[in-house]
Design a protein around this ligand. Structure first.
Ligand SMILES: Cc1ncc(COP(=O)(O)O)c(C=O)c1O
Length: 371
C-alpha cells in the first residue's frame, strides 16, 4: 500500500506522522526544571521494579554479541511470543513498543474516508497519530461517570461513516476504568462493515474487576479485532521498547507493511527470559501492585478525597480544583505526576509506584492539597 501511494504522493502530514505523535507525546509527558535526585516517578505508568533479574542477565550475556543482527532467532522469537498468548505466529505483529503497532493499525484501518472513533479522554497516542500525523478525522464520545464507554455510540458513528477504526483502551488510560465484557461483546457482534476494533490492553494485567475480560478470545475466533499488548508496563521494560499486536492473519497482513523497526536482540533476549517465568512473575507483580493501589485508595477514602475506582497501575484523584496546580508544584517536592487530561481538568493521574514512592506521594500530595 505504501509503495503504491509513493513517497512523492504522501502529504506532509502523512510524512510527519511517522515521527510527530511520539515526539508530541514525549513533550507533553516530560517533566522540566531542576529536579531532586531521588524523584518518585509516578507520571508515566511505568513499573518501578523494572525488568526481572532473568531478563537483566540475558541482556548482559548478549551484549558482546551485539555486533550481529541475529535475524535467524526472530522466527523462534515470534513463535515463543505467539505461544505465550495461545496464538499462531501469523496472528501477531511485533513492534518497538505497542506504539509502533498502534501506529501500523491506524495506517492500515483509517483513511481519508474512514475515521478513528474513540472516547475522550483516552490514551492520546492513537489520536495524535491519526489526527495530527495523518490528518484523519477523529470522532470522540465523552466518557462520563462511571467512565464506561458508550459502545452503542461508537458503533453508530462507525456505521454513519461507512466504517472506520474503533480504538478502545481497556483498562482506559487515564480513567483506569474498564469497558464491561458484555459491552465489548455487543460491540464486536454489531460491528458495521469496514470497521476494525483495536483494543489496547497495555494495562490488562492489573484489572481485577469481574467485568473485565481480555479481547484475545475474539482474535482467536477470527473477528475483526486487533488487541495490542506491551512489555512496558507489568514487565517493567518501557525503555527496552517491545510490544505486539494480536489479530487474525488477514488483519496482521494489512498492518505489517507499516512497521518501521526490528527490535534489538537485547530486547528480544530480555522478553524471552521474562516470558519463561511469566507464570510466577505476573501474579507476583499483580498482587503487589493491587495491594499498594488498595492502600492508596484507603488513605484517600479516610481523608474524604474522591477518586475513580482504579483497575490499572494508575488512578485518577479528584482534587476539586485545576489539577495543573499539583502537576507543577509536586515535581519540585520530589514527586512527578501525570500530565493534564482534558476535559477532566480537576483530576490528577498518579501511577502506582513502590511503597516508598507512595509514602512520599501521600506526604507531598497532602501538603499541596491542604495549601
Ligand atoms: C494505553 C497505552 N497504550 C500504549 C502505550 C504505549 O506504550 P509502549 O509503546 O511503551 O508499549 C501507552 C504508554 O503509556 C499507554 O498508556
Amino acid at each position: 500500500m505504501l509503495t503504491r501511494r509513493g513517497f512523492a504522493g504522501m502529504s506532509f502530514a502523512a510524512m510527519a506522522g511517522r515521527m510527530l505523535p511520539e515526539a508530541a507525546y514525549a513533550q507533553r509527558a516530560a517533566i522540566h526544571g531542576t529536579l531532586p535526585p531521588d524523584m518518585a516517578w509516578l507520571n508515566a505508568n511505568e513499573n518501578p521494579d523494572g525488568p526481572p533479574q532473568s531478563s537483566i542477565e540475558a541482556m548482559i550475556k548478549v551484549l558482546p554479541e551485539g555486533g550481529r543482527y541475529h535475524y535467524q532467532e526472530f522466527g523462534e522469537f515470534y513463535a515463543t511470543l505467539a505461544r505465550s498468548e495461545d496464538l499462531a505466529p501469523e496472528q501477531i505483529l511485533v513492534g518497538a513498543g505497542s506504539s509502533e503497532v498502534l501506529h501500523a493499525a491506524i495506517d492500515a484501518f483509517t483513511s481519508p474516508t474512514r475515521p478513528l472513533i474513540t472516547v475522550e479522554p483516552t490514551y492520546e497516542g492513537p489520536v495524535d497519530i491519526a489526527a495530527r500525523g495523518l490528518g484523519r478525522t477523529v470522532l470522540r464520545t465523552r466518557l462520563e461517570p462511571p467512565y464506561v464507554p458508550d459502545v452503542k455510540k461508537l458503533v453508530e458513528e462507525a456505521g454513519k461513516s461507512g466504517g472506520g477504526m474503533i480504538y478502545l483502551c481497556n483498562p482506559n488510560n487515564p480513567t483506569s476504568t474498564v469497558a464491561p465484557k458484555k459491552d465489548v461483546a455487543w460491540m464486536i457482534d454489531n460491528l458495521p462493515p469496514n470497521t476494525v476494533v483495536v483494543i489496547d490492553e497495555a494495562y490488562s494485567h492489573f484489572a481485577d474487576s469481574p467485568d473485565f475480560e481480555s479481547a484475545l478470545g475474539y482474535v482467536r475466533q477470527g473477528k475483526n479485532v486487533v488487541v495490542t499488548r506491551t512489555f512496558s508496563k507489568i514487565y517493567g521494560m518501557a525503555g527496552l521498547r517491545a510490544g505486539f499486536a494480536c489479530a487474525p492473519p488477514e488483519l496482521i497482513a494489512k498492518m505489517a507493511p507499516f512497521r518501521n523497526n526490528v527490535i534489538s536482540i537485547v530486547t528480544v533476549r530480555a522478553v524471552v527470559a521474562a516470558l519463561a517465568e511469566s507464570k510466577t512473575l505476573l501474579p507476583e507483580r499483580r498482587t503487589k501492585l493491587i495491594r499498594i493501589r488498595r492502600e492508596l485508595c484507603a488513605w484517600l477514602r479516610d481523608r474524604g478525597v474522591p477518586y475513580i475506582e482504579p483497575q490499572a497501575n494508575f488512578m485518577m484523584i479528584d482534587v476539586g480544583r485545576d489539577a495543573r496546580e499539583f502537576i507543577s508544584a509536586m515535581p519540585a517536592k520530589g514527586v512527578a505526576v501525570g500530565r493534564p487530561f482534558p476535559p477532566m481538568n480537576k483530576f490528577l493521574r498518579v501511577s502506582i509506584g513502590t511503597d516508598r514512592d507512595m509514602s512520599k506521594f501521600r506526604d507531598v500530595f497532602w501538603s499541596v492539597y491542604k495549601a
